[in-house]
Every structure is written in C-alpha cells, then in structure tokens.
Design a protein around this ligand. Structure first.
Ligand code: SF4
Length: 387
C-alpha cells in the first residue's frame, strides 16, 4: 500500500481522531492559512475531533477571497464594461494605442462570480466584456499569440503556489515578443500575512501552514513566524498535507509544541515539502517579480506581502500599461469577509450567512470561492441555515 492510500484508510483516520480527542491538550486557538485545508477541515469534520478548549479558525488562505475589491474593480473596468467608465477615462500609456481598448480578460474560473463593487466578471460578460476562463496562465499567452490585435490581460491572483506559473507565462510572452499580453499582478505572500496577524487583536496560538505554498517556499520561510524575537514571542508552525490524517497529525504536533512551550517550524507533509522549498521556482519568481507592500481584503496593506512585476518587465504589467480611473471601491453592505479572513469571526457570525448569502447567490467573496471559509462552512455544516 502506498503512503497516500495508507493515509486514507478509514481505520487510521478514526484512530487518529480518537487519539486527538483524548489528548491532554492545553486550550488553544489554531489557524489554518490555506483554503484547501479549510475545505478538508470542514469536509472531514476535524473540528469534532478536537480536544475540549481547542479551536480551529480559518485565516486568509483563499486566493480569490483575499484579492481586494479595488483590484477586482480595476480588472473588470479593463474589459470596457466596468462601472461608470466613460471611454475618456481610459487613457492608455502606450503611445500606439488609443482608448477605448479591446481587452480580453483572462482569469481562473473561481474569480468570475466574485462581486466587484457594482458587478462581477460574470455580469460584465453578460454586458459584452470578453472574459476568458483559463486553467493556466499559459492559456492566456496562447490566446494573445492567436490574436495579436487584441490585448489579453491575465489576472494574477493567488499565493506562492500560482506565482511560478504566472512568472513562466510572462517569460514565455517575452520570449515570443508578444506585445499584447500583460498581467494584473495581485499575488500575495503568506508568511508576512501570518506575522501581521500575530500583531492583530486575534488570538492565535499556532498555525497549520499551507502544503502547496510550502512546496515552493519551503518550511524555512516560516522561521520569522516561529521566532519573532524576545519581546514578541513566535508561534508554532506545522506544514500539513491535505488528507484528514495529515490535518489531524498537524493539530497534534501543534498541541504538543504548545504543551511543551516550544515555537518551532515542523513538517507533517514530509512527502512533498522540504525545508528549502523549490529553489528553481524561487529563482524564477525572483527574476520576474519584486516584493512589494500589498493590500489584502480584510487585512489592509501589509509590508512586503505581495509581488509586483520587476522593472525590466514593466511592459507586461497591466497596472502600468493601462490607466483606469475609478471611484472608491466598496464592500457589499453587511458582508464580513474581512473579519472572516483574519479569523476574527466564524462564518455563521456574519448576519448574512445562509440567509442573503449562500453559494448559489453569494454576497461576498468567501461564499463564492470553493476554497472560501463561508462556502466550506455552508456546504458541510450550514445547510440547515438556508431559509
Ligand atoms: S456569509 Fe457571505 S456576506 Fe457574510 S462574510 Fe461570508 S461571504 Fe461575506
């Protein structure tokens, strides 16, 4: 039996859950910062296996959810059917082009239904915007290559997991001399967000660190979270895989660290994650991006928590290539995605959860995305609240 099949054995999961439930653990609040973990925890009922006094809360681990409203509005506006956008407001910075643009918007499917201030990409498409749902950033490069007369802008969202594929696409567009391809770069970096959360009013005693992100950045990247300095104690970090047994094991490892007064970075997901990560992917990201202060939905601007394109690649940067003037963006009334994303509340504490807001008619980003905490709660725990 291979390792994965072994981890999925119901008998093993049952035994691990029972062992965890009976663990003599200190009271603790643990945060997962990965949308895939959020879904796994809800799907497998991991919360029911926690010892008394131990809580699991979700953090900013859903890539679609953390993308701030103003970047979504900007992207929609690029397609020409954005809110209150007279052609005169769209002034190109490239001499050869004159507004209005004919921009094809390329994005991952999860983003299409996320509400902007006035509309989603889905609604923009219904009004005539060209929205291309792609499975890979390279699909957007191919679309640009097929129709050189048409601008293609790819929405680069997500964490260190997706950034290498976007970097590769930009390098490929450069290699092929595609002058009609660009990226709206909204990539976020997980470790700085974790450190920022420790400075906030949310009580966190340990982190379940994301598996996919850690394959790229390595477990060493969480060193500053576990060891912040004498005046500001760090918190235990455990990198986990995505099977129920992985998450149960990671929770147990975190509780053991807390009980022993340790704050270290440990790897539960040893079959995929190395301390140093994937050096080749890191080198490619360093070539294409530079670290920048970045805004997150719910967390505000965090120093050094995102990417923008390196100076030498400015021609592929949609934010520099197109200028779109928009009124201030606004979150949907009553939506508390920001509080959900920083772990300040659980989804059912939002007054709209399961009432005005549910997966088939979402109000906020956390209910749209399959990795959003609100959708995960609703799908696996909250259907009874659908009235
Ligand atoms: S339930 Fe809906 S409106 Fe409330 S925080 Fe979640 S996504 Fe936002």
């Amino acid at each position: 039996m291979d390792r994965l099949s072994e981890l999925r054995r119901p008998e093993l999961v049952r035994r691990m859950a029972e062992r965890l439930r009976r663990m003599d653990a200190p009271p603790a609040t643990l945060m997962e910062v990965c949308g895939t973990h959020t879904v796994a925890i809800a799907r497998h009922g991991i919360r029911e296996a926690l010892p008394e006094g131990v809580r699991l809360i979700s953090g900013p681990g859903c890539p679609v959810c953390v993308t701030p409203q103003e970047q979504i509005d900007f992207f929609i506006a690029l397609g020409g059917s954005g809110r209150r956008q007279a052609p005169a407001e769209r002034t190109g910075r490239r001499g050869a082009e004159t507004p209005p643009y004919s921009v094809r918007l390329a994005t991952f499917g999860d983003m299409v239904r996320v509400p902007g201030t006035e509309k989603s990409l889905e609604q923009a498409r219904a009004e005539g915007a060209e929205v291309l749902v792609v499975y890979s950033p390279m699909d957007a490069v191919e679309a640009a290559a097929r129709e050189p007369a048409k601008e293609v802008v790819f929405f680069g969202i997500g964490f260190e997991t997706t950034a290498p594929a976007v970097a590769l696409a930009i390098l490929e567009a450069k290699r092929r001399g595609l002058g009609n391809f660009s990226v709206l770069c909204a990539h976020k970096l997980i470790p700085p967000a974790m450190t920022a959360l420790l400075e906030s009013d949310v009580k966190i005693d340990g982190f379940i660190c994301p598996g996919h992100v850690s394959v790229i950045i390595g477990s060493e990247a969480y060193g500053p979270v576990a060891a912040r300095g004498p005046a500001r104690p760090g918190k235990p970090c455990v990198v986990a895989g995505f099977e129920a047994a992985d998450v149960l094991g990671a929770v147990r490892m975190l509780l053991a660290q807390i009980a022993e007064g340790r704050a270290e970075v440990e790897i539960e997901y040893k079959r995929a994650v190395r301390p140093e990560g994937n050096r080749k992917a890191q080198e490619m990201m360093a070539e294409v991006f530079r670290v920048a202060d970045t805004r997150w939905r719910g967390l505000g601007t965090i120093a050094g928590s995102g990417y923008e394109l390196a100076e030498g690649l400015a021609e592929f940067d949609a934010a520099r290539r197109f200028e779109v003037k928009l009124p201030a963006s606004a979150e949907p009334a009553g939506c508390r995605c920001g509080d959900v994303l920083r772990g300040a509340i659980e989804p059912p504490e939002c007054g709209l959860f399961g009432r005005e807001c549910m997966p088939r008619r979402p109000v906020g980003a956390c209910m749209v995305s399959s990795e959003g905490a609100c959708q995960a709660w609703y799908r696996y725990r909250g259907q009874e609240m659908d009235r």
